[in-house]
Design a protein around this ligand. Structure first.
Ligand SMILES: [Zn+2]
Length: 234
């Protein structure tokens, strides 16, 4: 039974102030009323993830909007060239890269996704060649480089398919960059001069090899590997 802190009279548990002296009743032991909201949430709530459909719809509308704006601008800016088609092609390529994976719900092997991505680039470059009447460079230069890109990217994706350590990923990616650069120069040389005369790509390749060697050493020596892992937090 509570008592008034000021005058000491015995109080009814329901009263909020003392009926005798008017002092507010503040009983720490009193049970809080049932209807009062709790001080902190009692149920664990999570922010619902944004549905993939909504994201894909947003990106699609952005790409479509850019295409329409450029098509309208093309009516007044250099109308003799249909340059808006390049923008539309780029938008279509970006759509294949970013929206298509969101729409495909089931798991797709990495190499399939990468091949589709490189294929989208190939279609875009083919459209440019078509617009600029340049099938010669498309066949002689673009197709070999794109094929090389597909092979390098797929090989990298296949080697890294089971989520390797950061060190392995960086080492293999550097090696892929070196190989890709050498391939680009070889394709360019063969197309323009008819013979392979390696130059800048050898410097790139040597730099990549130079970067890979210490990484391979670190990977081989457990104590070094642990040290690097601790320092870079991975
Ligand atoms: Zn009182």
């Amino acid at each position: 039974m509570p008592y008034c802190v000021h005058c000491g009279v015995e109080l009814d548990p329901a009263v909020k102030t003392c009926p005798l002296c008017g002092t507010a009743v503040n009983d720490p032991a009193a049970r809080p009323p049932e209807d009062r909201p709790p001080f902190f949430p009692t149920r664990r709530a999570e922010v619902a993830p944004v549905p993939r459909k909504a994201v894909s719809l947003l990106i699609t509308s952005m790409l479509a909007s850019v295409s329409v704006c450029c098509a309208l601008l093309n009516l007044v800016l250099k109308p003799q060239y249909q340059w808006y088609l390049f923008v539309v092609g780029a938008a279509a390529m970006l759509w294949v890269w970013f929206v298509l994976p969101l729409l495909v719900n089931r798991w797709v092997p990495v190499w399939v996704r990468l091949t589709v991505d490189v294929g989208a680039v190939a279609v875009y470059v083919a459209l440019i060649a078509l617009a600029m009447d340049g099938w010669g460079w498309f066949r002689g230069l673009a197709v070999p480089i794109l094929a090389l890109a597909a092979v390098v990217v797929c090989a990298l994706g296949w080697l890294l398919r089971r989520g390797h350590s950061m060190l392995t990923t960086v080492t293999l990616s550097l090696a892929a960059v070196g190989v890709f650069c050498a391939g680009i120069e070889a394709c360019g040389d063969l197309y323009f001069y008819g013979a392979w005369s390696p130059g800048w790509s050898l410097i790139m390749l040597a730099s990549c090899v130079g970067l890979c060697i210490p990484l391979l050493v670190v990977r081989r020596v457990p104590s070094l590997r642990e040290e690097v892992r601790r320092r870079f937090h991975f």
